[in-house]
Write a protein that binds this ligand. Structure first.
Ligand SMILES: [Zn+2]
Length: 75
């Protein structure tokens, strides 16, 4: 993997994005039960040379994601 900004191949994988601020968890929102939501941990790959976040991803794709109004789930 190459950094799209500086072209470096020094990529640090699997850095965890902070999951908590003062008010609420940070992450992709999914339904845990009918009325509760969870926040899936986001991971990032980081360019060691310029600090660009090259990629962001989650590790569990099977969540019941909280989609915006009118959005359809991927088939
Ligand atoms: Zn870079």
């Amino acid at each position: 993997m190459k950094c799209p900004h500086c072209g470096s191949e020094q990529i640090i994988h699997n850095t965890a994005v902070c999951q908590q601020n003062d008010v609420s968890p940070i992450g992709l929102r999914y339904r845990k039960a009918k009325v509760f939501f969870g926040a899936e941990q986001i991971y990032a790959d980081l360019c060691a040379d310029c600090g660009t976040i090259v990629r962001q991803y989650v590790k569990d794709m099977s969540r019941d994601w909280d989609l915006g109004k009118g959005e359809k789930k991927a088939q």
